[in-house]
Design a protein around this ligand. Sequence first.
Ligand SMILES: [Fe+2]
Length: 388
Amino acid sequence: MGYDSDLSFNYFGPTKIVFGAGVAKDVEIEMGAFGGTKAVVVTDKGVLGAGLVDPVCKALGNKCVGVFSDIPQDTGVEVVDAGAEFARKNGADTVISVGGGSAIDTAKGMCILLTEGGSLRDFNGIQLLSRLQTPHIVIPTTAGTGSEVTTAAVIMDKEMGQKRLLVENYNAPRLAVLDPKMTEKLPKLLTASTGMDAMTHAVEALHSLQHEPVTDGLALHAIRLLFKYLPVCVENGSDLHARGQVQIAATLAGWAFGNAMVGNVHAMAHSIGAVAHVPHGIANGILLADCMEFNVEEAQEGYAMMAEAIGVREKGMDDLEAAKAAIEAMRDFTRNKISHPQKLSEFGVKQADIEKAADMSLSDGAIVNNPRLVMDASEILGIFEKVL
Ligand SMILES: [Fe+2]
């Protein structure tokens, strides 16, 4: 892939990874490596009910000083404040999140408050911190968000009527425990849609204006693994090898987009999520191929590399032809390989919703890194209409 001769970039990815089926039971030893002696486990009711917290608490023994599970689907400032208060009262020096994006983001906010004090309302901005925060260990129970290795958290502030974005390098998770057994029971649709969140992170990192050689390498391998193993996971959820490969892909994609950022797919998914509550992974999975088509001229080198990675670049194809082959492969993948929903109307979305979401997308921070300059909302609406 071509890079400008004056290429310069920063890459940041300090999180340690421990991978393997059953490794969640080693969490107490890993916590000791940071000097942690008392952990609060942060999770949600669904994960708790599925019994996924039990092996973690058992492994921690009396070093688990409490379980905070009062977490809604989208976490908020009050939830983080309450979680930090709970952890403080119980004397925790470590936070362990077991769950998906909402539990992980809650724990990220709690780590800041445990170190700095106060309410999350006091932290409105990015890169405000100047010292390392309370250690955070992440044990993901989905394979998609990549939040286990990113420095960002999204937290709803009802008073302000908007979502806050926290980005703090000093608050990156210290450790991500990738245990395929934690994702074994994930139902088919959730497996497919969270997998498509990871796929979108990888493709958007590849086409982002901020892509660079490290993120390209991570993104391409994530895409390769997802094309090969996500269909296996959807077909047979208890295939632990495939589950593990998809977990690894989600983490690689997390490192990639955590540095390169994302583009119009995420801008549109955030907006349609806010307007019509379409789940994030589903929205990404429905929008990805058509957004790639929108970007194909500008992103053809990256997509051509992707075509090579997934084996659809034929001899004699130029970059644009290979890029188009990658887009067709993506359509075939979502429709035929993982049975992912294809239309937003399947989730109750109406014409008025996409008109509102198209306007909102223009002011979403993700759009600034899209490879093709988006001139006005009608271009975004055109993409939405194709998948309505
Ligand atoms: Fe995402």
